[in-house]
Design a binder for this molecule. Structure first.
Ligand code: PEP
Length: 252
């Protein structure tokens, strides 16, 4: 059985105290013993708290990821944070392609391509998000959209380059809305994504690829998704901000 990955995306929510006390509370619980299936836990706090969070989790089964970095390596980009800066504080995981970044911050596929190159240069593990809008799904375009999102970005790279990667399928209409895709819809999209990887990179890569679902997962519905054959975990927004809910998701 493949290890499941559970990622908490805290977005621009938690301050210093919230961040530290949540992680400390998680560390107090002996998760290794409690989690029935093997699960990898990744938490994505905001930039100012990455360094301290990374220090606190050292030696545990909790990993820390950044929510973003700039698509250039260095230079006159006031207010931006580079991959190298994150690397220098021990961060080596990054969420890329989140729909909030694509939509609110106008991250195009060209920008994403640059970000992937930077991530590869600095040997980051990439959590790459793809997902269709409500209109695209209503018009039955969701498979075409996901294929295009992958073709213009990840599929520009070789098998060797995309070794440290997982895909998060996050339908835009399900993020933060309380509406989820059905487990069947999720399974069929994950199967399709795995098939695209099979076509592009072969069986070894596609079998190993971890594909997570994200979009209004909570402590009640989590197990319905995690029990699907091609769902290898979840990317959690709102429900990762409530300790007991997130813990129940980990235990699902
Ligand atoms: C997300 O933003 O990646 C996400 C899945 O959010 P939520 O769980 O709140 O839908």
């Amino acid at each position: 059985m493949k290890e499941k990955i559970i990622i908490a995306n805290w977005k621009m929510n938690y301050d210093f105290n919230d961040t530290i006390s949540f992680i400390r509370n998680l560390l107090k619980i002996n998760l290794d013993k409690k989690i029935n299936h093997k699960k990898k836990i990744i938490i994505a706090p905001s930039f100012p708290f990455l360094h301290i969070s990374n220090k606190i989790v050292k030696g545990s089964n909790i990993n820390i990821a950044a929510q973003n970095f700039h698509h250039m390596d260095k230079g006159a980009y006031t207010g931006e944070v580079s991959a190298h800066m994150l690397e220098s504080i021990g961060i080596n995981k990054i969420i890329l392609g989140h729909s909030e970044r694509r939509i609110i911050f106008s991250e195009t596929e060209e920008i994403l391509l640059s970000k992937i190159k930077i991530a590869l240069k600095h040997k980051f593990y990439i959590i790459f998000c793809v997902g269709e809008t409500y209109d695209e799904r209503s018009n039955n375009k969701h498979f075409i959209v996901i294929k295009k999102q992958l073709s213009k970005t990840i599929f520009k790279f070789t098998t060797n380059e995309i070794k440290f990667l997982c895909i998060a399928y996050e339908p835009v209409w399900a993020i933060g809305t309380g509406i989820t895709a059905t487990p069947k819809e999720v399974q069929s999209m994950h199967y399709f994504i795995r098939f695209l990887f099979l076509e592009k990179y072969g069986k070894h890569v596609s079998d190993k690829l971890q594909i997570l679902y994200g979009g209004s997962i909570n402590d009640i519905n989590a197990k319905n998704f995690f029990s699907q054959e091609d769902v290898d975990g979840g990317l959690i927004g709102n429900s990762s901000l409530e300790f007991s809910k997130f813990l129940n998701i980990l235990l699902s």
